[in-house]
Every structure is written in C-alpha cells, then in structure tokens.
Write a protein that binds this ligand. Sequence first.
Ligand SMILES: [Mg+2]
Length: 280
Amino acid sequence: MRVLGPRRGRTPALLAAAALGLSVLVGSGAAVAGHHHGPQAVQPPPAAPSSASQIQNIDQVKTAIKGYYGDEIDPTRVNPIDGTPLHTFNPDGNYAHEVGGIVRSAKKTLAFAKQQHPNATHRAVLFDVDDTLLNTYPYEIYSNFVYNPTSNAAFVNGDVFRAVPHMVSLEKKAEKLGYTVFFLTGRPETQRSGTIANLTGEGYDVTSSHLFLKDYGVDTWLGSCASACTTTQYKSLTRKHIEKDLGYRIVGNFGDQYSDLLGGYANRTFKLPNPMYYLP
Ligand SMILES: [Mg+2]
C-alpha cells in the first residue's frame, strides 16, 4: 500500500515462505509450479519476543542488506530531494546474481508453458513494480529504511530507479513468447506518469491500459473490500478482474512481496528477493 500513512512495520522482512504454505519460487531453483525452490526465506522473529536473543541486531541486518546488494555510489543519478549522490546495487553482486537465477528459470517456465499451449490466446504475465521491475535500494538507503510517502513520491516522480537486474530481458522474453504483459502496483494513480516514465526509460515496454495503479475510485472491482483493501486483496482482486472480466489467463505472476502472490489468479508465482521491507 503506497497511499496513506506508515506503510511498513519495523519488522525486518524475514518471512518464512514455508510457514505460509506458498507455492513460490525463490532463488535459482528449477521452475516447478506448486513447489518451493531455492533458498528458504529466513524465519522472522516472534512478534512478542521473550528475550532479545530472539531478535537480530538491526544495525547488523542493515549491514548485511548492503553487503547483499553490493552497495555502491551511482555515478549517473542524483537524489531528487537534495542533489546528493545515490547509492545503488552492484550489477555483478549477489543480489543481481540471485535475481539472474530466478529469471533464467522463469524464462524456461514461460517458454515451456507456451509450448504446451501454442495456440492459446490471451495468455498473460503480470509484474509488480517496486523491487520487481524497479529497484528501490537507493530510496531505502536515503530513508534509512523508513518509508515516507512524500519523500518516496519525490523518488518515484524523479525517475531515478534502475531496473531490477535481468528483468527487462524477462519482460521482453515474455512479449516475444506472445504473452500480454500487465503491471500491478500499489503506487497511487497520481503516480501513473512517473511510473511509466521510469519503466520505459529503463527499457520496459508499457501499455498504459495494462498498468494498474491503486485508486479506489477507478478500481470498481475492489468492491468487496471497499476503501480498505489489504495488499493481498487489492492485488488478487485485480488479477481476478484481469482473468474474469478481461479474459486473460495469468501464466506467471512476479512479485517481491508474498502479498503480491497470495490469493490465486495466476498459474505460477515467482518471488523476487527483497530483504529491505515487508508489506503484509
Ligand atoms: Mg514490490
């Protein structure tokens, strides 16, 4: 949810996929629908720990996040708020490599699904935006991992996010295989033009009518949760709209949050890594 108020709790995004019983792919394992492949997500700390020994040290977690992404200064982009240099990920770092493994297996999965139904029309692939197609690491470093809608909007509209490594290639591959590509984000409708500018600037092919942003006035198919949909409700009801009202079959659903993937209306779900925040 990107619209109002504090979006994130302070709990690190260390969620056990197994505990949720998800059919997701994490890491570089083979792409098999309905099974969890690759590294397991880390067990989160209890909500009410009885001892500090049950909680990871937050400074050490931040250091680990920077090590995972391969923190470096972006030589070409500056902070849209204060003009200072932005941090970015190392394109040859562990984050980039881990996404690369997921993308390789996803390409095989999409190609195989196409082979199985060569004449099927209205086959679709759906991508979340933040940390699925556009990497927000520079914002997380700037904000010290504390989301603020005003400063976040400056980054979104400042067109500064780099593509998540390998994802432009995956989006192009999906198109080449004949899939219709949809985009589904919790960003508000007011950020449509900024979102399209950043996505297209990074090389994605975006059809505006296939980009869904959150707007309770527009998204009439959200009726059942009215103006207070959870992320899982917002996203799954929009996928239901794409499948039931628009007549597409969503073959692959890609997201960095489990709330992007829960709730059905996709044949296969792909989990991108994001240890920076957790959206329930
Ligand atoms: Mg996301």
